[in-house]
Design a binder for this molecule. Structure first.
Ligand code: HEM
Length: 537
């Protein structure tokens, strides 16, 4: 009522005065951004410096296109550019260690972290010191040694995947399947089993848990909207589930996942300080580690925070590795001579396909490793730029122009600076013919140099938590799968339990990033990486 009275009492002079104030504030803001901002000296389109709508247009209206536009902008303005009113972007792979290197004090930027809608998680923690505390508590669980020790957990799911593919391939008149779904079922089961000692066994689900993968895919598209307008998420969260679940595709499944994770933690927390602690599960979970951590203060052990941590780990651990497995499958089936070489290496290294081989031994297979590296280069996992903020350090970026002039730019503390892995892994100065999938590049004399730039897991304190797990599941799945399955090119040379897998109406476009929604997304018309399975008895 009071507001209505106030509005009714406004005269034209008041309205004109208010509009004048808004206009003056807008003009002041524009002048400040263009002339007085601490990054006003950084080159780039003036429109991007002036307004967030520039990025919005490429990422929301055109759909995840800013990463490609940024590459064009770098060609026009040089290796350092301003990409929105607050952020700098650098296209110079040699700058990576200075920005993302080990031992550096770096914050994440809230514009990046808010897309996950999980402020309690490590990935959403902007501030360096808090992230360090959170990460230290969970690191041991995902260390190389821990992953080695829990290899049987991954292997059990590989066996289930192989059994399911074999059974699908025996069915008469089977339709082609999008291989991303079996692989996402695998990676989702693995990360759930690994971290929580339980999973939904999506591999055994008739659709390979398609709705789960689909709501992860839909969710990652929402992330960009939330980055620009966090109010959307606040509004959706405020709605009753009956309404939000019906209105937003995938939202109900997402809320169920949130609840399930919360319930798992609550059940584990209840057993703490009792004889049942760690007895109700087949192996300790991340929550056993976090709840009993001596370094985490009590506030960090709240069920809400741990649920945020658990959920983002499940999300980060599902589509990243499964996309890599799908990409490898496409290229191996598309290039039978490469698949034949891999199969020959695997046959020698794994004489009995039913005997488990430690991941450490798979790491000694040069061709398998080359295939994994080339696949990671193409699949990326996380395609979006993740800016770092130096809270208390002034950085200087300098480069030499084509005419031999040295240019140096001082970047004050507090400014978000990003680099895009997509730019690095497609840089033709590093990777010759960068869009070709060529594992042999990793076997040549230049391999060490190439590896230095394979920054797909990022670096420093914020590097991927699951990098050992991801590499183990990719190596185990590829080795076991291609030991017994073959592509159409070589004829019926598959082994017992395997068969022949053929691509179905799929080409390179279906296996290439065409949009960046934090994870790489292929072109809009894709029907997926489709294969037909034909099993041997
Ligand atoms: C091919 C597979 C994967 C790739 C390429 C990948 C890539 C990345 C990248 C680039 C980041 C850093 C983002 C940044 O710089 O801010 C990251 C962070 C993260 N990844 Fe992965 N990832 C993969 C698989 C996994 C798996 C299997 C897990 C499961 C545990 C996982 C969990 C995480 C988490 C929790 C973070 C946040 C770390 C932190 O901020 O402390 N990732 N990942």
């Amino acid at each position: 009522m009071a507001i209505a009275d106030l509005v009714a009492s406004l005269t034209p002079v008041h309205v004109a005065g208010l509009l004048g104030l808004v206009a003056a504030y807008t003009v002041y803001g524009a002048i400040w951004r263009l002339c007085f901002s601490p990054i006003a000296h950084i080159p780039g389109p003036r429109l991007a410096a002036l307004t967030w709508w520039y990025e919005f247009y490429f990422d929301i209206i055109l759909g995840g296109q800013y990463v490609f536009k940024m590459k064009e902008l770098h060609e026009e303005y040089g290796p350092i550019i301003r990409i929105n009113p607050e952020e700098i972007h650098i296209y110079d792979p040699d700058f990576f260690p200075q920005l993302y290197g080990a031992g550096l004090r770096r914050d994440r930027w809230r514009f990046f972290t808010k897309q996950f809608g999980a402020d309690g998680s490590g990935i959403s923690t902007a501030e360096h010191d808090l992230h360090k505390i959170r990460r230290a508590a969970i690191n041991p669980f995902f260390s190389k040694q821990s992953v080695r020790a829990l290899q049987p957990v991954i292997e059990e799911r590989v066996n289930a995947l192989l059994a399911r593919l074999h059974s699908d391939g025996k069915a008469p008149d089977k339709p082609p399947i999008d291989i991303l779904y079996p692989f996402s079922a695998f990676t989702n089961d693995v990360i759930n089993e690994y971290a929580f000692a339980q999973s939904d066994h999506l591999i055994e689900d008739p659709s390979y848990g398609k709705p789960v993968t689909d709501y992860f895919l839909t969710g990652t598209h929402y992330g960009k909207y939330v980055q620009h307008y966090e109010i959307i998420l606040i509004f959706i969260n405020a709605l009753p589930e009956l309404i939000s679940g019906a209105a937003i595709p995938g939202w109900r499944g997402f809320l169920k996942m949130k609840r399930d994770i919360y319930d798992i933690i609550a059940a584990i927390a209840k057993t703490q300080h009792t004889a049942r602690w760690e007895l109700d599960v087949s192996h300790p979970t991340i929550f056993h580690d976090l709840l009993s951590s001596k370094t985490l203060p009590p506030a960090e052990k709240s069920l809400e925070r741990l649920a945020d941590e658990g959920r983002t780990i499940i999300q980060a651990g599902t589509l990243t590795s499964s996309w890599a497995l799908a990409i490898a499958t496409f290229h191996l089936l598309d290039k039978p001579h490469i698949l034949a070489r891999l199969r020959s290496e695997l046959k020698t290294a794994i004489p009995d396909p039913n005997v488990s081989v430690p991941v450490a031994e798979l790491e000694n297979l040069p061709f398998l490793c080359a295939i994994i590296k080339e696949t990671l280069r193409h699949s990326l996992g996380a395609s979006g730029r993740s800016a770092r903020v130096c809270p208390d350090e002034t950085l200087t970026y300098s480069y030499t122009t084509a005419s031999g002039e040295t240019k140096a730019y001082v970047i004050p503390p507090g400014v978000p600076i990003g680099m895009s892995n997509y730019h690095t892994v497609t840089n033709p100065d590093i990777y010759e013919d960068p869009f070709a999938w060529n594992p042999d590049r990793w076997l040549g004399p230049d391999a060490d140099r190439l590896e230095k730039y394979l920054t797909v897991f990022s670096g420093g304190a914020r590097a991927c938590l699951g990098l050992w797990l991801a590499q183990a599941e990719i190596a185990l799945a590829l080795a076991r799968l291609w030991r017994i399955w073959d592509g159409s090119g070589e004829g019926r040379t598959g082994e017992e339990g395997g068969g022949v897998m053929r691509l179905f109406e799929t080409d390179e476009r279906d296996a290439r990033m065409a949009a960046d929604f934090f994870i790489p997304i292929p072109w809009k018309g894709t029907k997926g990486i489709r294969v037909v399975l034909e099993s041997f008895e």
